[in-house]
Design a protein around this ligand. Sequence first.
Ligand code: NAD
Length: 272
Amino acid sequence: MTRLTPEQVKNIPIDLQNYEQELIKKTEHSLLGIAKHTLNIRNDITSVLSKKTAAIIPITAGKGTILGFTDAILAILTHIGLDTYITKKKDVGGFAEAISKQADVLFAADDNHFIAVNLRTRYVSENSACTGKAYIAALDLAAKGIKSKTVFIIGYGPVGQAATIELLDRCANVVLYDIDKVKIGYAKRKFKDRVHIVHSIKEGLRYANLIVDATPVPDIISEDMIKEDTFVVAPGIPLGLTSKALKKLTSKNLIHDSLELGVATMALDATF
Ligand SMILES: NC(=O)c1ccc[n+]([C@@H]2O[C@H](COP(=O)([O-])OP(=O)(O)OC[C@H]3O[C@@H](n4cnc5c(N)ncnc54)[C@H](O)[C@@H]3O)[C@@H](O)[C@H]2O)c1
């Protein structure tokens, strides 16, 4: 997991409306709609959400809080309709505050974990898994269905692993590449011939125009790899496209954010 910078989160609250409009153009769904599609929720949950309270607890352990992080989470959760607040106290004091104020769900992140916990059911939702699933659900909507289509996943960390499972669940064909041979070994043993392993990004792109960038590495997708029908969903931070590749792809064929899809999906995953 890459540690987010204040720069990557500071505009999330003010950009949310624009972000949502862009998502709707690409997927015909709002942020909440994509989170629902991720979790296969079909009914109207607006009134249930508005009656649930989420508490965000600032955590100072490890490298400390990221300036603007809790405000970004607050904005995303409020945007999808959850009654949300940031606890006044940090760390253990924040947990005590959230629990004593009868929060339904709490959100907390340190350097290694980012979780949402349902305080009634004790269900724990995890950001990497929700992010991997949410990006595939967004791709499913943007590509008007991924069943039987081939999707190339770059990076088999926790986000890429969740994306792989979600693609297989949605009956897509998965092509996978990771520079780490140990991780590729795990994938081979787990999925056998259900996943096609390739040895380079160039090789993977011969099979697919739908790409999932789930790596923390910049500049791994170059201009020559972008075709007219290439569509990239990129949870990876920073974005793996070179600036020329990004220009050639155009923003209409790209879904990328620093928190929104994963956090909205965690909220529903933990709440329902
Ligand atoms: N957008 C979001 O909401 C969100 C949420 C969670 C994580 N992330 C980001 O998504 C990315 C993936 O998260 P993760 O937890 O799985 O990270 P991770 O670092 O655990 O895994 C990344 C994987 O990419 C592989 N990799 C690195 N360089 C590569 C290359 N050149 N080619 C192919 N594979 C390569 C690594 O070997 C590793 O297996 C990170 O950048 C993380 O910060 C974003």
